[in-house]
Design a protein around this ligand. Sequence first.
Ligand SMILES: C[S@@+](CC[C@H](N)C(=O)[O-])C[C@H]1O[C@@H](n2cnc3c(N)ncnc32)[C@H](O)[C@@H]1O
Length: 205
Amino acid sequence: MSSAYKLLYGIGFTPWEQMAKSPMINEQISSLFDREEAGREPPYGRALDLGCGSGIWAAKLAARGWQVTGVDFVPKALRRARELADQAGVELQLIEGDVTALASAGVGSGFRLLLDFGCFHDELSDLQRVEEGREASAAAAPRATMLLMAWTPARRRFLPRGASREEIEVAFPEWTITDEEVMDVTGAPKNVRKAEPRLYQLRRN
Ligand SMILES: C[S@@+](CC[C@H](N)C(=O)[O-])C[C@H]1O[C@@H](n2cnc3c(N)ncnc32)[C@H](O)[C@@H]1O
């Protein structure tokens, strides 16, 4: 397990959670969820949040009518996700596990929607990214959608290294990138604005 994330959750320093407080980002991500739900009635099916952290996005999806599983390797993050789900009155299945070994963590399969907001583009090595791609492909339902947030690649000392469209394609050979949007991070800290985060939509082939 990453000692960096364990430490950050341990001391309560989780700046990425500010993203979910931005009305613009909420609106942008909600509209991507809307797209997945269009023309259907809840329950919408299984959704998998990879590196779910404290469950902010997982809980939002559950409140919308998805049957959500969140995976993270930091127990404290999962405890916070449980508290959030209880407060919000939603059901979440929370699994302590590594995104590079979903099957052995007992995550299961048949997920129609997968999220990766902040895990793939950060500290995973190139090999671990490929492993995440392989495991996500096995867990996904046919024609599933993945929404993946990534910063523009750059050398950054303590911050995520980011991922390019090509790097995402290498890690997810069984998926096609169907959309790519620049995130509106107006008002976010300078390092986030400089990183020009993008939201990628992938479709399982
Ligand atoms: C930047 S945080 C984002 C958390 C959450 N997705 C959000 O948007 O609030 C990245 C999360 O990925 C988790 N993570 C990183 N590498 C992981 C791995 N190999 N397996 C499982 N979780 C991982 C971290 O513990 C952390 O909670």
